[in-house]
Design a protein around this ligand. Structure first.
Ligand code: ADP
Length: 486
């Protein structure tokens, strides 16, 4: 609530947005949190680039759009960059897609340099200009990860925007990705004051670090789980930003992510062959059968099915999975992995699947419908992350009655609790980040599935009954917005 008593106006500035341009958890959050915030009484809107294919996806979903009369403009590299503003309303949330040739390249450039960083700076400045085109001025700009971290930097240090004023929140979905590039000619082209480049602002070992700048410049900083908020002040996964995060800790808080529980609902999911719920689990067996068939395994097998749906990057701990392939195969379980990412990890998994073809199967790539079948058809969801800001997959798996086996780190620690604690829990957890640690938890899970079906059902139901809605966390974000308006 603002001082005048009207609803606080928040513009989400995001370069990923489910279901149009999702790459990982950030896309899910940007797609679902605004809906919950609206219900909590926040006047929230979203601005996002129309990356290649995005407007086609909007049209394919039958969503009506209109083009706003006025374009948005941003000055960058001695040129005016303009974009058409395409407006759509999805579940009551107004979304502005910025459409221009600036957004015709890669959503995540493999190398960040002056050219590949330009769309992100231009996007942030166009987001700041949007208010004039739509006649709606945000009280707060809510930015997400390095890709929109230029916006708080601009509000603090840009020769024009620092005079316009404005509040910003920087949400850290993953501190390992920081947006680092050479200062020249970026700084000059972007319009940032030369004095904005020093060790207490954006400078980072002689380079520009956009995320560091965003953290320093933002009015408030949040991250996506309370445990990760603590870890990043000391933890190596931050790639050396822990010092700055410790220094800025008074404006940092951890708010756990929620899920779009309507979208991720085994009782209404159109992508799975049979629906099921906590009240009636029968359909899950049909999903398991369909998944085993799809993997080329015997569909009648009662062996536990371990599933992983993930980006195959170092963070996710898949070296433990392929290095532990022999032990996993020995348990008699089937392991099905959906994902793509780094070559060395993909190759490790391919090799494991060729060595143990009766036990391990890799579905390489990004496949949304198949991910739903994996969540629905699995018995165990394996997520041995080295670090994990929040993690959504373990929550999705619990919604689908697939019991998580996770490392006790970041948001996994805040959402998965070991069943062998005196007070019980909803999954199996381990601490030691190696094959032995992972196998200790995985073997307990496989053993419980094989030998104690009654307890297994209880664990499944515990997860299915967890409250993963956004309600509580949306309230915490609303409190933060209200605090910033005081
Ligand atoms: P991160 O954001 O680090 O990728 P999260 O667990 O927070 O991890 O979110 C991952 C999201 O991306 C989940 O919705 C998951 O289902 C989805 N996802 C990851 N890899 C794939 C894939 N290969 N195919 C389909 N969906 C995927």
């Amino acid at each position: 609530m603002t001082k005048s008593g009207s609803a606080v106006k928040v513009l989400f500035v995001t370069t990923e947005l489910a279901p149009f341009s999702k790459v990982g958890g950030l896309g899910d959050v940007a797609g679902s949190l605004p809906k919950a915030l609206r219900q909590a009484g926040v006047d929230v809107r979203v601005v996002t680039p129309a990356w290649p294919g995005v407007l086609e996806r909007v049209a394919a979903l039958g969503i009506k759009t209109t083009t706003v009369k006025t374009k948005v403009y941003a000055a960058y590299d001695w040129r005016i960059h303009s974009a058409n503003v395409i407006k759509a309303t999805v579940d009551g949330v107004t979304i502005y897609f910025l459409n221009s040739e600036d957004y015709s390249g890669s959503q995540y450039p493999s190398q960040l340099n002056f050219w590949s960083a330009s769309p992100f700076a231009v996007f942030c400045m166009q987001a700041l200009e949007l208010k004039d085109a739509i006649d709606w001025e945000p009280d707060i700009y809510h930015c997400h990860d390095w890709t929109s971290a230029f916006l708080p930097c601009a509000l603090a240090w840009h020769r024009h925007y620092r005079q316009t004023g404005g509040k910003s929140i920087m949400t850290l979905h993953n501190v390992a990705y920081q947006g680092i590039l050479e200062p020249s000619p970026f700084l000059e082209a972007s319009g940032l004051e030369p004095w904005s480049f020093n060790s207490s602002t954006m400078e980072f070992y002689g380079q520009v670090n956009l995320l560091k700048g965003g953290i320093v410049a933002a009015t408030a900083v949040t991250t996506v789980s309370p445990t990760y908020a603590n870890e990043i002040q000391t933890y190596e996964s931050t790639r050396e930003l822990s010092g700055i995060l410790y220094q800025q800790r008074s404006k940092l808080r951890g708010i756990i992510n929620g899920l779009d529980v309507k979208f991720w609902d085994p009782n209404g999911d159109k992508a799975i062959p049979a629906k099921f719920s906590a009240k009636d689990l029968k359909g899950k067996a049909a999903c398991k059968k369909a998944l085993l068939e799809r993997a080329g395994f015997d569909p009648k097998s009662d062996a536990p099915v371990i599933v992983c749906v993930s980006r195959l990057v170092e963070q996710k701990g898949f070296d433990m999975v392929f290095n532990g392939a022999a032990q996993i195969a020995e348990t008699g379980a089937k392991l099905l992995i959906l994902g793509s990412g780094n070559d060395w990890i993909e190759n490790g998994i391919i090799q494991a699947s060729e060595t143990y073809p009766q036990s391990i199967k890799l579905f390489k790539g990004y496949d949304e419908p198949l991910s739903h079948l994996m969540y629905a058809g699995g018995d165990i969801f394996l997520m041995p992350s080295v670090f994990e800001p929040c993690g959504l997959s373990q929550m999705i798996s619990m919604r689908y009655g697939t019991v998580p086996v996770v490392r006790e780190v970041g948001g996994l620690r805040d959402t998965v609790f070991d069943v062998d604690r005196p007070e019980g829990g909803n999954g199996f957890t381990f601490q030691t980040c190696d094959v032995d640690g992972m196998m200790w938890a995985l073997r307990r899970a496989v053993d419980r599935y094989n030998n104690n079906k009654a307890q297994w059902k209880e664990i499944m139901l515990e997860g299915m009954h967890e409250d993963f809605t956004w309600d509580k966390s949306a309230g915490l974000y609303k409190n933060l917005y209200d605090e910033l308006m005081q």
